[in-house]
Ligand binder design. Sequence first.
Ligand SMILES: CC(C)(COP(=O)(O)OP(=O)(O)OC[C@H]1O[C@@H](n2cnc3c(N)ncnc32)[C@H](O)[C@@H]1OP(=O)(O)O)[C@@H](O)C(=O)NCCC(=O)NCCS
Length: 179
Amino acid sequence: MLLSSGKITLRSFNDNDAQRLTELANNEKIAINLRDGFPFPYTLNDAIGFISKFKASDTFFAIEWEGVYVGNISLLPLDDVHRKTAEIGYFLGEPYWGKGIMTTAVKCITDFGFQVKQFARIHTGVYEYNPASMRVLEKCGFTCEGIFRNNVLKNNRLWNEHRYALLNPTALQGNSVSL
Ligand SMILES: CC(C)(COP(=O)(O)OP(=O)(O)OC[C@H]1O[C@@H](n2cnc3c(N)ncnc32)[C@H](O)[C@@H]1OP(=O)(O)O)[C@@H](O)C(=O)NCCC(=O)NCCS
C-alpha cells in the first residue's frame, strides 16, 4: 500500500524498519502524548512487536519525507455500532517537527480513509497539553467537538482530553451508508 502527497509518502511497514522506528520513537516528549501502550523507553523489541503486528495492515503506515522514514500514522477502525469510525493516531521523530510534515500526512490519510476505506468519521483525543497536535488537526479541517474532563490518566495525573473529529462529506448523518 502506497499513498503520496508532495514530499510525503505513506507506505506499509517492513521488518527493516525496526531499528529506525526505535530511534524515532524512543523519546519521552513523544510518549507523553500517546497511550501507555507506546512505551518509554521504546526498545528494539517494542519496534519488532509493533511491525509484526501491523505490517500486513492496510491502515497503518510509515511516513517517508523526501525518501526518509520519519514517523508513523494510522487509522484504527472501531467496531460494532462505531464500525464506520476510525481513530487516527500519529507521531513524528523530533528532528522533523515544525516542517508541516504531519499536516500533509493527516490530509493524505484522511482522504484515503474517506474515499477508499469509506469511513464516515475520523476522530481522536488530544491531551490538553498538546497544542501542536490540535493545530495540525485544525489545519486539516477537524472540529473540536468537546473536552472530556479528567479522561486521561498519564504520568499519575488526570488531564482533559480534547476530542477532534472530521466527517466524510459523502456520508453525512441520515444518508444511507453501504455496510
Ligand atoms: C504533534 C506532531 C505530530 C506535529 O507534527 P508536525 O509535523 O511538527 O506538525 P506541523 O508542522 O504540520 O504543524 C504543527 C503546527 O503546530 C504549531 N505549534 C507547534 N508547537 C505549538 C505550541 N506549543 N503551541 C501552539 N502551536 C504550536 C506549529 O506552529 C504549526 O502550526 P502553523 O503551521 O499554523 O504554524 C509532532 O510534534 C509529534 O509527533 N508530537 C509527538 C506525538 C504526538 O503528539 N502525537 C499526536 C497525539 S494526539
